[in-house]
Design a protein around this ligand. Sequence first.
Ligand SMILES: [Zn+2]
Length: 396
Amino acid sequence: MRRINLKKVNVARADTIRYINRQVVLNYVREKEPISRAEISQETALQRSTISLIVDELKTRGLIYEIEGESTGGRPPALLRLRASGSMAIGVDIGTAQTTMAVADLVGRVVDREIFDTDPDVMATFRRVTAGVQRFIRTHKNIEGIGVSVPGLVDPETGTALFIPHFKWRNWALTADLRKVVEVPVIVDNDANAAALAELWLGRPEIRDVRDFVLVLVEEGLGAGIIFDGQVYQGVAGAAGEFGHMTIGKGAPVACAAGSEECWEAFASERATLARYKQRRAGSVDSEITFRELIDNAFGDDSDARDAILETAHYLGLGISNLTKALSPEAVILAGDIARAWPLIAGELRSTLAANTICSGLPLAPVFASTLGEDTRLLGALSLVLARKFASALPA
Ligand SMILES: [Zn+2]
């Protein structure tokens, strides 16, 4: 039987707490700057001494700086600000349709951007990415790292994209290949993991203090990113979070990326919703639309679009109820273009979730729609760099 090395676990645990506390302080400074140490201490459970220690660490590394606040009689308070201009990151979101590359500062403000159609030929896409990255590095100073988000399975140790179903790309040594042409650190991860990190670093305030949550990314396929203790839970070979392939039922409107008609992805992805819409509009000339158009139509007076997306909401609720039973997260976030349809689908999704969670007697996890919009995956790619930087702000 495999035994757990408790010594190692305890060390990891202490590092994790350090990392999380750093993240909490930095997020407060990022969102509420200028802010004093006392205000952070009032709003968090952290001790003043812990906050001062973290602030000193972050100042030493040039991540934050102090300004003098307004005096209310006594000594003016020292207020903290994020030194955003000092560090930049490159984010590369390799999507199934388009690849978006950008340079941003530490608070996710994009200063340069490039978009191109992703070429099904992996080498052609790689050449475009390389050229873009080289241009960014020539044009912008202080690039700390490159984060790459890909729509498939990634080995977190090596940064190799093991399988990207849409293009059938296998074993693409993305990190190693990029490191041959640039000297900046490269971090590659799956798009849902990256998007989950983006929620943690740049997302809505409700998530800021949540340490355990699941992000469900609905796209052509369906993926999930699990944040456990403020960090991405990778599992063996980065294969955790493949909820898109959990069995939901029979007779889905499409097959999943692996060819099964029983997987969650086959019931709740964009492809599934579009296929349902087509079935409803059989014979009609305007049934060939994009997912975004379908959402627009659903908000309009197209009842077929609305019904198709409500059925998807039902299956999203079913799947989320299953993953809630497995992981009991503090929250679930729904991301992808479907987040735009939230006012239409929230009711159906939540009632299905409630009806299917009842038998377990578990608390219902709140479900939110992502607020990061179209740039979720790009911000995810950037967050890969931010998270790495802040995690290693100072040697533990
Ligand atoms: Zn499947």
